[in-house]
Design a protein around this ligand. Sequence first.
Ligand code: AVJ
Length: 329
Amino acid sequence: MSRKEDKQIHLHDVTPGQERFCAEVLNGLRKPQKELPSKYFYDERGSYLFERICALDEYYIPRTEVAIMETYIEEMVELLGPDVLLIEYGSGNSTKTRILLDHLCPLAAYVPIDISREQLLRATGALLSDYSGLEVFPVCADYTSGFELPVLNRPNCRQVVYFPGSTIGNFDPVPAKHFLEHVASVCGPDGGLLIGVDLKKDPDVLHRAYNDRQGVTAAFNLNLLERINRELNCDFQVEWFQHYAFYNPWEGRVEMHLVSLRDQTVWLDNVAIPFAKGESIWTESSYKFNLDEFQQMAAAAGFKVEHVWTDERQWFSVQYLVNTGETTS
Ligand code: AVJ
């Protein structure tokens, strides 16, 4: 199961192969409203571009979330309790996690899960050298579909899942509920979930956050087509597609699309995919929540909201949820 040994780092790798990637791309591009799964943004270049997005003035999420974490870290650590086995979904470069690692002690172990293998290995290496004695068990996986976590025999610790960044917003409502149910089963009856949830706000603020002046978000979106060209047998003319992102207030989400600037045909593995001028590929949704909407979704998945921390503008929230073991439809 573990395909790669990197120095002392033991990577548990359950990522889907290229056939799966190809099948999902083809499936998405054959729908009447063409779409591509946003998880495929994060190849080496995509992960780099996402880090640049996180440094943009317009992209308020990381700054706001870090400020909330730093302000309330003592309260959070108090609620999480001792002997935590910390499991993070979409750990990326584990920047925000360091705030937790600096304060959670003793910590039983840290299990970062990410789809981007190189970034995961780099982040793990950096953590091992910066936190002596910390046990890290990296898992490379697509956590949007079922996968096995390595069995770590730690009978006396509580499993806490960390899911920052409002990545929960990238799931549509039904898959979001299923994902939270999966998380509830992972953390067990006395476990918890520390989650970042982006809140509804002025649409102009959202618009700027996904349409930055430097065009980094546009490059991030378009990189998905470049990645498909690089890794699959495909010939997207990237300059004939345009980044288009807007807040859809009826659905409460930012939608990112790539709009075809002309009639064109793209070939993927000898399959012709026709595009009309103005037709779009839907590449990402980023749902924004009210506190009560999120609380209802959490409750439906078996979680009780134990505590909510927000910034003074109420733009973002970090929430601690505990498993009640009861789900509703
Ligand atoms: C990965 C959920 C934090 O939806 O805001 C950033 C990804 N897309 N800019 C988000 C993203 C465009 C991001 N998250």
